[in-house]
Design a binder for this molecule. Structure first.
Ligand SMILES: C[S@@+](CC[C@H](N)C(=O)[O-])C[C@H]1O[C@@H](n2cnc3c(N)ncnc32)[C@H](O)[C@@H]1O
Length: 296
């Protein structure tokens, strides 16, 4: 199947359901994952600055942990230009990236996905709720979480639709926390679904932090999505863009929208983004920007 966002045929599960071919194993640890996970780790670590417990709701959880040294990761080798570069350069990394590195410790040759990264930074009083729709990946995710004994009592893994379940989870009983929405962008209407889900969730829980990932393959589609998020009276929105090269095969640019960024994320990003951008740059046109889309 030709993937409009990654710009190449994606190997994956059977051809049965066109929406369910995506497997994150092919892309784990690539530059887009690095940016998303570095920001996720910062947000979770910032939430732990206050003693009160919080919830992390991860709507598209993936398979949990990815073997970078065999199988799909070895076919694409995308991780080499992502986490491979970042780990090789980590001695010069800004201190703000410590939570990200800390959450990966001990995973030799394997890369933890968003539920593991977040869960490992959380405390006994915090709670993690994760959805994954692909039945095989949901089973892998459950097994990966079962391997993290310390996390188990405060983790719920649900095999199901993350968009639908999100609206049942907000506001969380803790009234503090973070929603990560990281869809595969396989379906043509993914930007619309993402925008609708965020707007509805924000209506139910305006105080929550929302971290939204998206590819910037079609600049007009990404800009229309960002504009849509801005037109619903949502305050305190940051936008991050990271480009590893000006153009060419495959994904070159990725975006994040962060609603209610947990303090002091904006300052931390000013330190982290220049370093990440220089380490991940693959050629001319590489760069980043950090924009405020809505005031606090
Ligand atoms: C980009 S991957 C997630 C990666 C993960 N968040 C991480 O950072 O490690 C997207 C995942 O969403 C799953 N998925 C697709 N549609 C979904 C839906 N409606 N609800 C929940 N999961 C879905 C896919 O099977 C895939 O595993």
């Amino acid at each position: 199947m030709l993937d409009p966002f990654w710009g190449k045929t994606r190997a994956g599960a059977g051809e049965g359901d066109a929406r369910m071919n995506y497997r994150h194993h092919y892309h784990a640890g690539n530059f887009a994952d690095v940016l998303k996970h570095a920001v996720l780790a910062l947000l979770v670590a910032n939430l732990t600055r206050k003693p009160k417990g919080f919830a992390v709701i991860d709507t598209h959880g993936g398979a949990g942990i990815y073997d970078l040294l065999q199988g799909p990761s070895q076919k694409t080798l995308e991780w080499r230009d992502g986490i491979g570069r970042v780990l090789a350069a980590r001695d010069g990394a800004p201190p703000a990236l410590l939570p990200y590195f800390q959450a990966m410790q001990g995973d030799k040759g394997r890369y933890p996905g968003s539920p593991l990264l977040a869960g490992r930074l959380m405390r006994a009083q915090d709670r993690l709720y994760v959805c994954e729709l692909h039945p095989e990946d949901a089973a892998l995710l459950k097994a990966a979480m079962a391997g993290e004994a310390a996390l188990l009592p405060r983790v719920q893994v649900v095999a199901g639709d993350g968009y639908r379940n999100l609206l049942r989870q907000v506001p969380p009983q803790e009234r503090r926390g973070l929603v990560l929405i990281d869809p595969p962008f396989e379906a043509a209407d993914e930007f619309e679904r993402l925008a609708q889900a965020v707007i509805a969730a924000h209506r139910a829980w305006a105080q929550g932090c929302y971290l939204l990932w998206y590819p910037v393959k079609d600049g007009a589609a990404a800009a229309a999505f960002e504009a849509e998020i801005q037109t619903h009276g949502i305050a305190d929105i940051l936008r991050v863009r990271l480009r590893v090269r000006g153009g060419g095969e495959g994904l070159c640019e990725t975006g994040l929208i962060i609603i209610n960024p947990v303090y002091p994320l904006e300052d931390q990003l000013r330190a982290v983004l220049p370093w990440l951008s220089s380490v991940l740059a693959q050629g001319e046109g590489a760069g980043f920007d950090l924009l405020r889309l809505a005031a606090e």
